[in-house]
Design a protein around this ligand. Structure first.
Ligand code: GCV
Length: 721
């Protein structure tokens, strides 16, 4: 008799521990955590506002919305909310479209809905027949799903929902993740484990991750995913793989996520048995058409192709003396009848051309403006080199008015400390989007080029190279999630301030407690600049370790090509440092519109953050702070390390305000980051000092190793290669 309760207690304890383990905050839930609202007044208000959910109409997308609302509200309100088909309660959450839902139709929202298009939605509070309604209305089911996520976000961030009156629609049409995932599940420049796509067990095994991945993307409005690496493998276009692709597309479809594939230009030879891949050859054209039609039999809403051609060893139309437009148009013709698009990358630089690498994409693509089919987007990286910690905007933005240009940002942190660095990238993305190209006069921002408003393009796009892998927390570093989130939010609305995005993400991912949110948001906002400072201040670029791109390598020289070295870019010598891209140098400045050219070309007017990008500057040149360039470089490098130390302090103060598991994760990664920041600072300053021949200012911390030591470091098996 006595032993029974003890056994029961032990059992309960065991179950508790077990569920505790299962519920551990390991980051898997991303920002879609629906734990009960902590603020008592808000909780009560939410409970009053929603007694019942009504979604009339039926489709897989509406079911997804229903399920998300049900799960979300049950968690957030701490009580189950019943679903009904017609009103039985006083306070009702109703979601739907006028065509699928009689209730929504009766609300007469036609005019308001006109403004939100195919993917947008309205969130409204209204009353009818004595009942109070919270309304999620859209023209399409996917709009309803997006609106549902927005509504849940309001609760997750504890906003007032009593007088809702908002409309939201995306500014950019194609909001696409680019996975650089190989078929063997390694991920090029991936730092979060292996690829999410388990090709070996597809199509039969559907991992829960695929569904949660789609949910996460839908929650931030991402509507496309390129499953495979731009350094492409033609095998993905064969039936064995297309079946697997179709299985993923089936999972993603209800969430509005279209599947795209990378097309290897030589596929007609490699898997088609042809002798050529010449885009003007009728047999080659017929092969791609047939192949595309075949893909559509597997994936009826297939999005289209992303192509890296004649770049870094990839085959392309130039192998046959044809242009990038010839190549892109051939593929565009192959998918056009089925509504597909081609995203053709402008990331090209020749292995024969000795010209400044920063100029080559512009030289190659600008003359092709107007030659691309209507269903082609030219995908341009944010800057002219390659996702460096900081780059000026790419001169192609604004320079091809007849061609829709798709922005390519890198979410994965290839050049930003990779998997172990806390870098919040919204400020960096926004710096590019807000840059003024002056293409059509003042105010011609990059954002307006990309969202099509500058030159009246209907087809518009933005791509983010994904930082997602099969690590339990998806992104390797808990804070990496913020950049996935940011990419989606900015793709939807590039006007959103970085602070607001950080605020939302922190509240949804961690807690609404302002003792946590305020300092950590501040830490995030300073994080990108800190990295620029300890890696590549004042416009320095491409001085990282060779090939794996991990750690400092300003001494990197020699090898297969000059523009894969560091010395090519920093050009340090006894006189000074920096790449002269003015008239006296490569004249890359001339690729911008005159007001921008004038600014960048002038040593005095050039923003200091781009100084050494555009100018070779003498060590004794006085910068804005009044310091010499050498001293400024020392201070910048040191301030980057100092900021990381402040970040550590800030985070350490957060102990107890968030769960232990994620607290410790971030704490340990910040320890690594501090070491890496110091490594960058010391290695770079010691190396550049061999040219400046000047001391590191007295008041700054001194390196505790020699330059030889740093140059001898040779990290092995760096992930992501
Ligand atoms: C996918 C850089 C990266 C490569 C990447 C390439 C690209 O060079 O280091 O890994 O290849 O950019 O964007 O195509």
């Amino acid at each position: 008799m006595k032993r029974k309760p003890v056994c029961l207690l032990l059992l309960l304890l065991f179950l508790n521990l077990l569920s505790g383990r299962l519920m551990a905050e390991d980051g898997y839930r991303l920002w879609l955590r629906y734990d009960q609202v902590q603020d008592a007044a808000r909780l009560q208000a939410y409970r009053q506002a929603v007694n019942e959910i009504i979604i009339q109409g039926s489709s897989p997308t509406l079911s997804a919305a229903q399920e998300e609302l049900q799960t979300g509200l049950t968690g957030l309100l701490g009580q189950a909310i019943p679903a009904a088909q017609t009103p039985t309660q006083q306070n009702i959450l109703v979601a739907g479209t006028p065509s699928g839902s009689a209730l929504i139709k009766e609300l007469n929202l036609t005019d308001k809905l006109k403004a939100v298009g195919d993917e947008g939605y309205l969130l409204l509070s209204t009353t009818k027949n004595g009942r109070k309604y919270t309304v999620i209305a859209a023209n399409t089911d996917i709009g309803v799903l997006y609106g549902s996520f927005h509504f849940l976000r309001l609760l997750q961030t504890q906003q007032d929902i009593s007088k809702l009156s908002l409309a939201s629609a995306p500014k950019i049409k194609k909001r696409v993740l680019n996975h650089w995932d190989n078929l063997d599940r390694t991920v090029e420049r991936g730092y979060a484990g292996f690829s999410l796509w388990k090709w070996h067990t597809l199509p039969d095994y559907i991992d829960q991750r695929y569904i949660d991945y789609a949910r996460a993307n839908a929650s931030i409005g991402i509507n496309g995913t390129v499953l495979t690496n731009v350094n492409a493998n033609a095998l993905v276009l064969t039936p064995v793989y297309l079946k697997k692709v179709a299985a993923l597309a089936n999972v993603f479809r209800p969430y509005g996520l279209k599947v795209y594939l990378t097309a290897r230009f030589s596929a007609p030879i490699e898997i088609g048995g042809l002798k050529t891949a010449d885009p003007l050859d009728p047999q080659v054209r017929a092969w791609w058409k047939k192949k595309s039609d075949e893909i559509y039999t597997y994936v009826p809403d297939f999005g289209g192709f992303l192509v890296k051609a004649n770049s870094e060893g990839q085959p392309g139309p130039q192998n046959y003396g044809r242009t990038h437009a010839d190549g892109a148009n051939m593929l565009a013709d192959a998918v056009a009848a089925n509504g597909g698009i081609v995203m053709w990358r402008a990331f090209v630089y020749s292995d024969k051309e000795p010209d400044d690498r920063a100029k080559q994409a512009y030289n190659e693509f600008k003359p092709l403006d107007g030659q691309f089919r209507d269903n082609v987007l030219v995908q341009v990286k944010n800057g002219p080199i390659d996702f460096q910690p900081r780059e000026p905007f790419h001169p192609l933005f604004g320079a091809m008015p007849k061609t829709p240009l798709m922005m390519e940002f890198q979410i994965t942190q290839e050049y930003l400390g990779q998997g172990t660095t806390l870098a919040y990238l919204a400020p960096m993305y926004k710096e590019t989007l807000e840059a003024d190209t002056y293409a059509e006069g003042k105010g011609s921002t990059v954002a307006k080029v990309v969202d099509g408003t500058l030159n009246n393009h209907k087809l518009t796009g933005i791509a983010g190279v994904a930082n997602i892998g099969d690590d339990r927390d998806w992104t390797g570093h808990q804070f990496g999630q913020s950049n996935w989130y940011t990419f989606g939010r900015l793709a939807w609305d590039h006007n959103l301030p970085s602070e607001k995005i950080a605020d939302e993400w922190l509240k949804m991912t961690f807690t609404n407690n302002n003792r946590f949110v305020a300092p950590v948001k501040n830490m995030m906002m300073n994080s990108h600049e800190a990295i620029v400072n300890y890696m590549t201040p004042l416009g320095l670029h491409h001085i990282m370790g060779r090939s794996h791109h991990y750690g400092p390598g300003p001494w990197v020289e020699g090898g297969p090509r000059a523009d894969w070295t560091a010395v090519y870019y920093h050009r340090a010598d006894a006189q000074g440092i920096g790449f002269d891209r003015t008239k006296t140098g490569s004249n890359a400045v001339a690729q911008y519109f005159p007001p921008v050219t004038r600014k960048f070309a002038s040593l005095e007017k050039c923003p200091e953050k781009y100084l050494l990008w555009f100018h070779h500057v003498s060590w004794d040149y006085k910068v804005n702070s009044g310091r010499t360039l050498w001293n400024e470089l020392c201070y910048k490098y040191s301030s980057g390390v100092d900021t990381v130390r402040q970040m550590q302090e800030t985070w350490n103060n957060m102990e107890g305000l968030v769960d232990e598991e994620r607290f410790n994760h971030v704490k340990m990664f910040l320890t690594i980051q501090e070491k890496e920041a110091k490594w960058w600072r010391d290695a770079c300053l010691l190396y550049f000092q061999t040219f400046s021949k000047q001391p590191i200012p007295q008041d700054l911390e001194k390196p505790d190793h020699t330059l030889d030591y740093f140059m001898s470091l040779d990290p092995k098996f760096v992930p992501g290669i």
